[in-house]
Design a binder for this molecule. Sequence first.
Ligand code: FAD
Length: 491
Amino acid sequence: MVKILRNCFLLCILLLGLLFAYIFIDFDEDPTLNKTSPTIVNDITQLNPIEVTRVVQPSTIEDIVEAIKSSSGPISIGGGRFSQGGQTAYPDSLHLDMRTFNKVLNLDVSNKQVTLQSGITWRDLQEVIDVENLSVKIMQTYANFTVGGSLSVNVHGRYIGEGSIIRSVDSIKLVKANGDVLNASPTENSELFYGAIGGYGGIAVIAEVTLNLSDNVKVKRYTKNMMLNEYKGYFAKNIRHDKSVIFHNADIYPPEFTDVRSVSWLKTDEALTVEQRLIPKNKEYTWQPKVAEFVADSNFGKWMRQYIMEPLLYSFDAVQWRNYEASYDVYELEPSDRINQTYALREYFIPIQHFDSFAMKMAGIFKKHKANIINVSIRHALPDNDSLLAWARTEVFAFVVYYRQETNEKAKEQVKLWSQEIIDAVIEENGAYYLPYQLHASTPQFMKAYPRANEYFELKQQVDPDYRFRNKLWQQHYEANIEMHVDLPNE
Ligand SMILES: Cc1cc2nc3c(=O)[nH]c(=O)nc-3n(C[C@H](O)[C@H](O)[C@H](O)COP(=O)(O)OP(=O)(O)OC[C@H]3O[C@@H](n4cnc5c(N)ncnc54)[C@H](O)[C@@H]3O)c2cc1C
């Protein structure tokens, strides 16, 4: 027995040694990320370079109004440029680069509200509100995104008892296609509020935003392994109604997609294991991208992650601030280059009662196409009954898929094939796929997954009759559905 234990121990040491050797072999860094020439707008995947005519970087609302009024052609709007299918650009458009429109305008600590310019990133906002021990109520896992880009896709995070970000928005100030500035909220110009949030830059420029905030609290991590078919019951019994759970997700392990690790962060008074209040900005990440690459490279890497790396990682207690857990930097994942292969995301939103049947279909499609899936993270969201392009029409589970693909044409076609098959499975389960990723859905698939799209198109025609606000998403679906009275480029 002692001999067996000793051999197991030696095997673990050997495997960890192999992993470290792999990680530290090559430190060449080539930060080609978001590389753009002055008139090329691209996104993090580097798959969608689009040439625009002019880039305007506003710092006041008047700058935005002036850019709109002093021009006449198409306008595209960009935030952090992390969407992955040309949603931020349109050929030969005037591009509004919102990242310079990034001030906090008012922080009302007693009412827990903040008003800001929409180009600010979550991370910069956190810097200001953390001092008052306040926290963003709903945001993504990573903090690099702009608030305007997040509202425009109506994002979600890992928060329990929440859902789309619209639930945390008090009001917005919009600049319309004719240059008019107006306020919108659930009680004022509500049709614009519900069209612009989740509206992918097609209705108006979201200029200023007032958000409701939460308290920053200490949170402690708990994890549990289980079979995939046990997860729905586990979630309903242990997570769904527990008010002390702040963050929760569960990772489905590829390549088999049968095992799950649930990770929850619960409010606590215990002593911190991490004293820092926020993850530092512009930190250098050397080994983390290598680990992601190692996992992506082979089934052995995926096995190592499931059976060696994560059990080790999660064997330590973790108690930290909510703001710390909400300040991850996407560059911790960034590979040394994206020339021959790139990493991308997909998300599918499935009514909770259809969780098991969709999970089975999704796994079958990934296996059939030998898609290189690195992780599938499950999240939960309450319904959003109001926004026109709501992705959570009922209570849903989100399946957040992180994968690697090659960048050649054959690989792109292959990804398109499995993407369309999964979207068909999503529609069968009465769910929705997420729109900020590669534009593989056909327009009929889009119309089925977003049944109020026609209402959105009608609103757009009303408030943007000259079709000024454009990008690749609307080029694909809006131009196909609407009789145009403007000239479109030949492509
Ligand atoms: C690593 C990674 C992790 C992610 N995790 C999550 C997650 O956990 N949850 C989630 O929901 N999503 C997630 N996403 C998707 C992400 O939230 C969206 O791509 C989001 O739009 C990114 O914000 P951004 O500032 O980069 O927006 P951009 O990509 O710049 O813009 C997105 C859309 O918003 C429009 N837009 C931007 N600013 C404005 C404005 N001020 N007014 C009007 N329109 C505007 C653009 O025209 C575009 O159509 C993730 C993406 C990545 C790459």
